[in-house]
Design a protein around this ligand. Structure first.
Ligand code: NAD
Ligand code: USQ
Length: 397
């Protein structure tokens, strides 16, 4: 297939591009490199030394013999070029990663909120409008988030996207109805993914676009089979207080003897998936395309759930690190249960990598190897969800 990877220079997009290219697909990456600019804005860099996207593609050609083309294009701001490019290349499938993905970054200031909504909602809508206009019948696979469901204790397993409800009509008869699971986003970033869901529902229903939305959990790890093939193919690894996700942060903190930064009681339970499984799931989703007229296909792309304090204890046991309980900069439930249904990917053949198998390798091969690149002053998470929380966190850092 001809596959467009939008956001293919990012943490999940790059290994996905390599994985799909290694399977023999023709891969083109579209990215505006905004993530690299945000590193500059924040004064941080990936733990792992990343080459330019052009250099990464050159090395891939050398190593594999396969070509990956790169296009510098802003999905949110350059609608005309996007439409023109799609009309010329006519992909069979599109994988859409191209959004601002950090919750703390989206809550930093009013400017960051505005940027995140503007970038994410426009990127998705521009793409949908361009697909309709060009008449391209590509299967669109979008990377959404488990966070759209929210983390309230409902005492039931979270279904894959849809909920069957019963309503009473005017005659007093009970009628069954299938609705998108009610969203309860916990940040402006997560809110944009909730808005994306409505855009997808509309375009699938109105124009017959074929769309799969992957509600992904927190991705951990660094390497995949392809990024291991050459040092210069290495994936990015974010550790800073805005973009670093919890488990990857704990791993590098342990590597530099920095007490593990647990927010609040650490009672938050979240869904996780290893990067290798994430790229495999995208391959499986691409093979299982919906037909025109189908509802948006939704998968829960996660393999395990863990409580944050249990993860900290596990990393501490493995490495001898200290654990520190800090005032929580976020507005979120102190404790929550999380049970998630993910039968669809298992039925398609996913064989999950578990935390127990992969964790030690990450600590030794990645966190310790590149520890000298870590700026300790960029480790604390300082982005607060409200003014009140900001004052509290400042009083008791
Ligand atoms: P990332 O920030 O590393 O990659 C996103 C890429 O998209 C970057 O290279 C960026 O430059 C590009 N981009 C952003 N806006 C763009 C625009 N307007 N035009 C063109 N390119 C643009 O993020 P990631 O961790 O690889 O995540 C990829 C996707 O998966 C995101 O949509 C994210 O919401 C979702 N996701 C990520 C995780 C995770 O733990 N990393 C978990 C669940 C879902
Ligand atoms: N946390 C800590 N200490 C830290 C960092 C985080 O205790 O040093 C806690 C947070 O308070 C939160 C949990 O860990 O309760 C998860 O935080 P995170 O930064 O790892 O993940 P999150 O903000 O939810 O966002 C990440 C990705 C996002 C993706 C989402 C999937 O950045 O793109 O959508 O995970 S999910 O969490 O399932 O919604």
């Amino acid at each position: 297939m001809r596959i467009a990877i939008l956001g293919g220079d990012g943490f999940v997009g790059w290994p996905t591009s390599l994985h799909l290219s290694s399977l023999g697909h023709e891969v083109h990456i579209v990215d505006n490199l905004s993530r690299r600019w945000i590193d500059t804005e924040l004064g941080v860099q990936s733990l792992t030394p990343m080459d330019s996207i052009q250099e990464r593609c050159r090395i891939w050609k050398e190593v594999s013999g396969e070509a990956i083309r790169f296009h510098l294009l802003d999905l949110a701001r350059d609608y005309e070029r996007l439409r023109q490019w799609l009309a010329e290349w006519r992909p069979d499938a599109i994988v859409h990663f191209a959004e601002q993905r950090a919750a703390p970054y989206s809550m930093k200031s009013d400017r960051h909120k505005v940027y995140t909504v503007d970038n994410n909602v426009n990127a998705t809508h521009n793409l949908l409008a361009a697909l309709v206009e060009t008449g391209i019948d590509a299967h669109l696979v979008h990377l959404g988030t488990m966070g759209v469901y929210g983390y309230s204790n409902v005492g039931a397993a979270i279904p894959e996207g849809y909920l069957d409800v019963e309503i009473e009509n005017l005659e007093g008869e009970k009628k069954g109805l299938e609705i998108l699971y009610p969203t309860r986003p916990g940040s402006v970033y997560h809110m944009t993914k909730s808005l994306d869901q409505i855009l997808f529902q509309f375009y699938a229903q109105n124009d017959g676009l074929r769309i799969t939305d992957l509600h992904q959990g927190i991705v951990w790890g660094t390497h995949t089979d392809q990024t291991r093939r050459h040092e210069q193919l290495i994936n990015r690894f974010d550790y800073d207080g805005d973009y670093g996700t919890v488990l990857n942060r704990f791993l590098i903190q342990a590597a530099i003897d920095y007490p593990l930064t647990v927010h609040g009681t650490g009672g938050q339970t979240r869904a996780f998936i290893h990067i290798q499984d994430s790229v495999r799931c995208i391959e499986l989703a691409l093979r299982d395309a919906p037909r025109a007229g189908d509802r948006v296909k939704i998968f829960n792309q996660m393999t395990e759930t863990h409580r944050v304090r249990d993860l900290a204890e596990l990393v501490a046991k493995l490495t001898g690190a200290q654990v520190k309980y800090l005032p929580n900069p976020r507005k979120e439930a102190d404790e929550n249960e999380l049970i998630v249904r993910n039968e669809q990917f298992l039925a398609l053949g996913l064989e999950p990598t578990t935390l127990a198998e992969g964790l030690l390798e990450e600590v030794v091969d990645v966190a310790k190897k590149y520890a000298h690149r870590i700026d300790r002053s960029r480790v604390p998470a300082v982005s607060a969800w409200t003014r009140d929380i900001a004052q509290r966190v400042e009083r008791d850092p």
